[in-house]
Design a protein around this ligand. Structure first.
Ligand SMILES: Nc1ncnc2c1ncn2[C@@H]1O[C@H](COP(=O)(O)OP(=O)(O)OP(=O)(O)O)[C@@H](O)[C@H]1O
Ligand SMILES: [Mg+2]
Length: 244
């Protein structure tokens, strides 16, 4: 609490955290994550970088509760993720996901795809529709609402995926190479939009990317190798601080 005379800086709030997280498959024969410690705080944008196969997607899936660690813990707003209804509720309201390939449902329209998370969360229809219109307007696809997904361009699909991810006003957006399937100019446009949205909505972004240019635009760049975090710093920093 700040006193009357002194403005105290509020400590950064932990939004999502991995504590000594291990992940292996086939009874330990395939070891993918080897004791990862990671934290993102409120309002931060974090890029996860590293060579193909180093475990970026695996870590994102664990942070988002899409998979469970073999050992170690994940915390979302300081609540430990454990199987069960309360975790599901927490994730549904706090997490949004964007993937490299949009993962939208073909056969449904842009509008219907966007509405799915709100329906799942039990949001009142009018409120959900207002949010959907707000997001599709901001992302420049509101004129395409009635189009089935298969009639949209790659960029429009990724914009739709972004809207869908933000429908429930999550505090965390996990993005796995969100622009990886797009040409360079569309990729830049979508990334700018993503940064603008996370900033105005005060969302914490954790994004896996191979694109160093995009990574440099984030507040922090976390480098992974062989299932470990080997460097975590501000992109411009010359000295490795070893922060995790
Ligand atoms: N279900 C699974 N069973 C066995 N191995 C798996 C499974 N899922 C992932 N892996 C392995 O885990 C390792 C890390 O995969 P992951 O997808 O996290 O890497 P990545 O850093 O995201 O790579 P990329 O940059 O290519 O997307 C890979 O060697 C992959 O083959
Ligand atoms: Mg990956």
């Amino acid at each position: 609490m700040s006193s009357f005379f002194v403005e105290e800086a509020e400590p950064a709030r932990s939004v999502v955290r991995a504590v000594d997280v291990w992940k292996s498959y086939e009874q330990g024969a395939i070891r993918v994550l080897n004791g990862v410690n990671f934290e993102a705080v409120a309002g931060q944008t974090v890029a996860l970088c590293g060579p193909s196969g180093c475990g970026k997607s695996t870590l994102l899936h664990l942070l988002g509760g899409l998979d469970t660690p073999t050992a170690g813990s994940i915390y979302v707003h300081d609540v430990k993720l454990e199987p069960g209804r309360s975790t599901l509720q927490l994730l549904r309201h706090q997490m949004g996901f964007v993937f490299q390939l949009h993962h939208l449902i073909p056969g449904l329209t842009l509008e219907e795809n966007c509405m799915i998370p709100a329906v799942a969360a039990g949001t009142a229809r009018d409120a959900a529709r207002a949010r959907m219109l707000q997001l599709t307007e901001r992302t420049g696809i509101v004129h395409r609402l009635k189009q089935p997904i298969q009639k949209l361009s790659g960029g429009e699909r990724q914009r739709t995926a972004l809207c869908r991810a933000l429908m429930n006003r999550p505090s965390i957006l996990l993005a796995d190479e969100p622009t990886g399937s797009l040409d360079e100019s569309t990729s830049r446009q979508i990334f700018e939009l993503l940064l603008e949205l996370v900033e105005t909505e005060q969302i914490t972004l954790v994004m896996a990317t191979h694109d160093r240019g995009l990574a440099e635009r984030c507040h922090r760049l976390v480098e992974m190798r062989d299932g470990r975090v080997v460097d975590a710093r501000a992109p411009e920093a010359e000295v490795t601080q070893g922060v995790q």
